[in-house]
Design a protein around this ligand. Structure first.
Ligand code: HEC
Length: 123
């Protein structure tokens, strides 16, 4: 009798703890689980980020600081020079971008990094 109650309470406790443990583990395994770095292309991923955060100042018509990022070949110049990553990562020696605004979130920066690591293709 005593033994079966003990067994039962262990069982109940285990059942109660499993979801909690599962949640913890998942959090640890996938800290950036909302960051999709699967197919980071220029057209579908990079361009919309630039449109939203950068073209207001770096458009072809009136590029601020002479930095023109509109169009793949214009952007590629700043990719190859390292200025693009330096600026968005706020590395020393570069002007932090986007100017006058908070730094882009970690996932967005990772998308630039991934695209560049994969060859910064016009895809
Ligand atoms: C409010 C206007 C503004 C916005 C928004 C902005 N920039 Fe700039 N950016 C500038 C100005 C002005 C300069 C040139 C002066 C300077 O370097 O501070 C510049 C310079 C740069 C440079 C050259 C930096 C260097 O140190 O060589 C890069 C690369 C750049 N911007 C990329 C970006 C990217 C990418 C974004 C979007 C994530 C962005 N900028 C958003 C105004 C802006």
């Amino acid at each position: 009798m005593q033994k079966s109650i003990k067994l039962l309470s262990i069982l109940v406790l285990a059942v109660l703890l499993i979801p909690a443990c599962y949640y913890d583990v998942e959090e640890e395994l996938y800290p950036t689980n909302n960051c999709d770095l699967e197919s980071v292309t220029y057209t579908d991923v990079i361009l919309p980020i630039l449109e939203e955060n950068c073209f207001v100042c770096h458009n072809a018509a009136a590029p601020q600081g002479g930095v023109q990022l509109e169009g793949y070949s214009s952007l590629k110049i700043y990719v190859d020079s390292g200025q693009l990553l330096g600026a968005i990562k706020h590395e020393s020696g570069f002007s932090p971008m986007p100017q006058g605004q908070p730094q882009l979130d970690e996932c967005t920066i990772s998308k630039f990094q991934t695209w560049i690591d994969e060859g910064a293709m016009n895809n």
